[in-house]
Design a protein. Sequence first.
Length: 354
Amino acid sequence: MSINKLLRIAQIAPVIFPTPPVDHGGTERVVSDLTEALVALRHDVTLYAPSDSVTSARLRSAHPSLSALERAAGGPVAPGVPGVLEAAQLDLVARAIGEHDIVHVHGEFAHAAVLAKRPALTTIHWRVDELDRRLFFAHFDRLQVAAISGAQAAAIPASNLAGVVHHGIAENRYRLGSGACGYLAFIGRMTDQKRPDVAIRVARAAGRAIRLAGTVDVGNPRYFEDRVRPLLGPDAEYVGPVDDAAKQGLLGDAAALLFPIDWPEPFGLVMIEAMACGTPVIAWDRGSVREVIEEGVTGFVVRDEAEALAAIARLPSIDRAQVRRRFEARFGARRMAADYVALYRDVLERHGRA
């Protein structure tokens, strides 16, 4: 296949939130930025996503997002609704399968049966080292998967691994901030995987105020009530979910982002959002962190709270303008789209040989 040939690409988004999301929803944000960047590269892109999505690509929808249905219902809907939404969306894909050169899926499992004999690429936006994924890969041992980090790729079988593409975001979404307010920031789900309680302890030990944003994890709501809320106070403010505009202010005015993860983070989108604002990141050494953060340039990689405290003292050595430049060089949406197009061509070539 000619490397200059424009492709007909289907992007399959999750069904929980619209694409792009209103506030939280990292996968939907990545899918949106990838779709827009592919359109800018002049590829023919169809986005299969909930009807409350917004895109410059061709949009095909079966239903609104789960979040929209819950708002309309005034609360939770029947537990089988997400499965219905995914099935209806995959039916739309199956009906139009001949219109696309390649299908890029950002969902869970069912698509593998629908697309087993078609040129397709799957990006998994979650950890891949647990039993569900091991069973999945054992059965679909030729499904082509794009890892979002080398750390994630280590748990993907070689027969499935198509390559590694780090996330990117739209280069103009955020701008360089001064960090003049001096507080520390935390953005993430209020859960034991993200450890906002650790962030509060570190900030307080450093004599710094901290502002925390993110949703209370629906799967673990007691964590916020039991472990986070008791630590809040005048120097530790929880502001709830934030949209892009609020995130610009929160990150741009912060001296640093604390990222005290306690799980094998497959990427960590908020790290590059902070970098886009010129804000250095102090991140715990798990998962993809060392692939994203350049030690002493865009932040510091630490092992525990004591090292995080020492890193806070070193923040004046970081050049915020350089942090922004490194974001532009490494984590823009255009770079992400170009990397994926290269993978699409590889998948199509292998499919043609098969």
